[in-house]
Design a protein around this ligand. Structure first.
Ligand SMILES: NC(=O)c1ccc[n+]([C@@H]2O[C@H](COP(=O)([O-])OP(=O)(O)OC[C@H]3O[C@@H](n4cnc5c(N)ncnc54)[C@H](O)[C@@H]3O)[C@@H](O)[C@H]2O)c1
Length: 247
């Protein structure tokens, strides 16, 4: 079955690289018109260019003042958002609570958790008015089992997103808005590969499916959650981890 998102507008935060970029491409291939929002404008522009078109915008999601401005620009360019993928995030590796400074804690929580809240707050009203929408938030395996290499601040931000997702799902349900989260395991993107540097085989040996995940593995699930195939799923957290966590 081919998923057809023709006529839908999809906004992907964090789409300048890694998983977000792959999500933008998968949604564009399915026919959606894409807006890519990232602190890295050049990367966002490259994503849009490679997708064959769309809107690329710079926005620092850690800055509450920039988010309403970004919303206004997206609405004026596209008219509204049907699909919202909140992928932007900072992956921060720290060992031990004492290694995390207050500033680092605030930065990671501000971007990962508060940033998702700010973007959802800006776009959910339009979805309510249109009586429909799909929101996908990015949690992590770190929220499920505790951080493996990721720091305690990162795990806390990603665990917070699970409660956030479920609560927003209850609010959005009566309006036909599905709000779900994905919880990727170890996905081979730049920050992850830098961290595990050359030890891919040792990591893969701990994974039942015996390989690291690829951005496409996550993007495929995001596509499903953005499509009518998932219309009766809301408030769910889908684990994409090769079997590392099966709860
Ligand atoms: N790669 C993994 O193994 C893994 C596992 C679990 C969850 N995740 C989550 O998946 C998402 C994507 O991760 P990735 O591996 O593709 O990493 P990545 O670093 O390639 O992508 C993150 C993107 O977020 C953007 N970003 C960072 N701070 C921002 C800000 N203040 N405002 C706007 N954009 C900002 C970055 O510029 C980048 O394009 C993140 O939320 C991450 O926590 C990744």
């Amino acid at each position: 079955m081919r998923i057809d998102l023709t006529g839908k507008n999809a906004l992907v935060t964090g789409g300048a690289s890694g998983i977000g970029r792959e999500c933008a491409w998968v949604l564009a291939r399915a026919g959606a018109r894409i807006a890519v929002v990232d602190i890295n404008l050049e990367g966002a522009q490259q994503t849009v260019h490679a997708a064959g078109g769309g809107v690329a915008l710079r926005c620092d999601l850690g800055d509450p003042e920039q988010v309403p401005t970004m919303r206004d620009r997206v609405v004026s360019e596209m008219g509204g958002v049907d699909i919202l993928i909140n992928c932007a995030g900072i992956i921060s590796y720290k060992r031990g609570i004492g290694a995390v400074s207050t500033e680092e804690w605030d930065l990671v929580l501000d971007v990962n958790l508060r940033g998702t809240y700010l973007v959802c707050r800006e776009f959910i009203e339009g979805m309510k008015q249109r009586q429909g929408g799909k929101i996908v938030n990015f949690s992590s395996l770190a929220a499920r089992v505790g951080g493996i290499d990721a720091g305690i601040h990162y795990a806390a931000s990603k665990a917070g997103l699970i409660g956030f997702t479920r609560t927003l799902a209850k609010e959005g349900g009566p309006y036909g808005i599905n709000v779900n989260a994905v919880a990727p395991g170890i996905i081979a993107t730049e920050p992850v590969l830098q961290q595990i540097g050359g030890r891919e085989d040792a990591y893969a040996a701990q994974i039942p499916l015996r390989r690291l995940g690829q951005p496409q593995d996550v993007a495929n699930v995001v596509l499903f959650l953005a499509s009518p195939l998932s219309d009766y799923i809301t408030g769910a957290v889908l684990d994409i981890n090769g079997g590392m966590y099966m709860g």
